[in-house]
Design a protein around this ligand. Sequence first.
Ligand code: ADP
Length: 163
Amino acid sequence: MKTAIYPGSFDPVTYGHLDVIKRAAAMFDELTVSVLDNVNKIALFSVTERVNILKEVTKEMPNVKVDSFSGLLIDYAGEKDVHIAIRGLRAVTDFEYELQIAQTNRTLSKGSLDTVFLTTSLEYAYLSSSSVKEIARFHGDVSQCVPDFVAEMIYEKYGHKHR
Ligand code: ADP
């Protein structure tokens, strides 16, 4: 069975992530989207909230599982016996950072964990979780960036009833 893990913060998931999830799910028998409990990032949503949002948006995708992990991706992937990580690339700025992580993971795992990159669909190239949060924080319209229920959840976090 061909399996892969798509790790990330997903704080929260955007249409850009969803596009990568759909495309990766079509390439593998099973895809696990896994929320990284990242100690270096202050998140808007808890890991449980992010997992629940991901479960909701992927509920029609039978070969997509949602999970979370903390610590090193290579240890998590090793435990699951998965050898491919999926990452998305939007622009050159992503590339430098992602290349370094991919090479580190490949070296640390002694070749056991490879990274497959999917380039973003152009309509989502500008999208990031942080810009969505910034727009929503100041009452902006994020309906083109995230599903409606996610937009509502972000507005609520910032104390807005709705937009
Ligand atoms: P991380 O903190 O791990 O970078 P993110 O949730 O920001 O977590 O992103 C997870 C992955 O999804 C990264 O590989 C990132 O480049 C990719 N990604 C984020 N937004 C988009 C997008 N709009 N289109 C394609 N890939 C994206």
